[in-house]
Design a binder for this molecule. Structure first.
Ligand SMILES: Nc1nc2c(ncn2[C@@H]2O[C@H](COP(=O)(O)OP(=O)(O)OP(=O)(O)O)[C@@H](O)[C@H]2O)c(=O)[nH]1
Ligand SMILES: [Zn+2]
Length: 363
């Protein structure tokens, strides 16, 4: 045993570094990259990065590249060559579509087609996992180890970092207590935390569901605006309350409250998406313009929690066939899909239409 951080712990540290605005180094031997998140980039850090020998680029996802009409030569991403005369706000505008319509980027953007994009791809995965906009300022380096020491930066080994980012981190029970609720006197709230100190998720157990029979279950993704504020832009709040009420009526059930706000992009990015929706884009288009896929959730979380609580089969309350497929792919038997249609109003009619048309929801 050692007090030194493992690669997985270094990935967790790198996430915080990027959110703070610090650089992260990825690489070993003679091949590496220094990366800063576009969202937290300051002018000082951009100047310091440019003072290093090498070519500064901004890695963006294919989704964002399509919006910016930049050619993507690296499959799912593009490397925009950073012009010599641009400042930090220019880089942030490349990442953040808030100003796309008001102040379109001065193009054309030149994108790199030579060299390797593997490390750039990793930096984008890291940005997404830190719930930052997926756009990273990068500089290639042929002495990553020395540079990381010099900058006191977290350095990740590419293979180990890629493996950790693809891994589902097991969720461990932290605490549980009795919680009488409007929906049931017999509630119990369980808190789970991943072994890398990441985002916590909750289970609300109602009654004492039989572990040997399919349990009435709901995998509810967090929606601060809908669940807490009663937003009329979506149907989340009524879905949450209806699901709990039905479990209360049935006397047993389990609702997982998964902190995958905004289909996994985080609340700040969801508000960026809402602001694009105010400009006329639908929920799917808005995610794409930000550089995200329409659904960035990891459904392994729900399956892990179900199993950890002793359930192998569910009667799943959802209108989303993907949730059913994903649970089955993760080895959870879905014996029945229980529709959960509630909370439609004139503000969310279009949102629900788009979910039906583009995301395959059965509404
Ligand atoms: N990015 C983004 N997320 C949204 C938007 N509207 C709602 N959400 C999020 O979408 C998620 C909805 O979660 P769920 O209700 O569990 O899932 P669902 O895929 O709609 O499926 P079911 O409700 O089970 O039928 C929540 O995380 C919300 O925060 C939006 O316009 N953009
Ligand atoms: Zn919602």
């Amino acid at each position: 045993m050692s007090l030194l951080p493992t690669q997985s712990e270094l990935v967790a540290r790198a996430r915080s570094d990027l959110r703070v605005g610090l650089p992260v180094v990825i690489g070993a031997g003679a091949q590496g990259i220094v990366a800063l998140a576009a969202e937290t980039l300051t002018q000082g850090r951009l100047d310091a990065l440019r003072a290093l020998p090498g070519r500064a680029q901004v890695a963006i996802t294919l989704r964002r590249a399509e919006t910016l009409k930049a050619r993507a030569y690296d499959g799912d991403l593009a490397r925009v060559v950073l012009p010599g005369d641009v400042d930090a706000p220019w880089v942030r505008a490349l990442a953040d579509p808030a100003l796309d319509l008001a102040a379109p980027m001065k193009g054309p953007l030149v994108t790199a087609r030579d060299g390797e994009a593997g490390l750039h791809r990793l930096t984008l995965l890291l940005a997404k996992s830190a719930q930052l906009l997926p756009a990273m300022v990068t500089m290639e380096t042929d002495h990553p180890e020395a540079l990381a020491v010099e900058m006191m930066a977290t350095r990740l080994a590419p293979g180990a970092a890629a493996a950790d980012l693809a891994l589902h981190h097991p969720l461990l029970p932290v605490a549980a207590a009795r919680l009488p609720m409007e929906a049931s006197d017999h509630g119990r709230l369980h808190i789970f935390r991943p072994d890398n100190g990441g985002i916590e998720h909750y289970a609300i157990e109602i009654g004492r569901p039989d572990r040997d029979a399919p349990v009435l279950a709901r995998l509810h993704s967090a929606c601060f605006t809908g669940d807490v504020l009663g937003s009329l832009k979506c149907d989340c709040g009524p879905q949450l309350r209806t699901a709990l009420a039905e479990m209360g009526r049935a006397g047993a059930g389990v609702l997982f409250y998964l902190n995958q706000e905004g289909r996994g992009i985080g609340l700040a990015n969801k508000m960026r998406a809402y602001s694009l929706q105010d400009q006329g884009f639908d929920t799917v288009e808005a995610n794409h313009r930000l550089g995200f896929e329409d659904d960035e959730r990891d459904f392994r979380i729900g399956a892990d929690l179900l199993r950890r609580m002793g359930f192998g089969a569910v009667r799943l309350m959802t209108n989303n066939p993907r949730k059913v497929e994903m649970m089955q792919a993760e080895g959870i038997a879905v014996t029945e899909r229980v529709p959960l249609i509630t909370g439609t109003n004139r503000h969310n009619a279009h949102y629900l239409d788009v979910k039906r048309a583009k995301s395959g929801h059965l509404l």
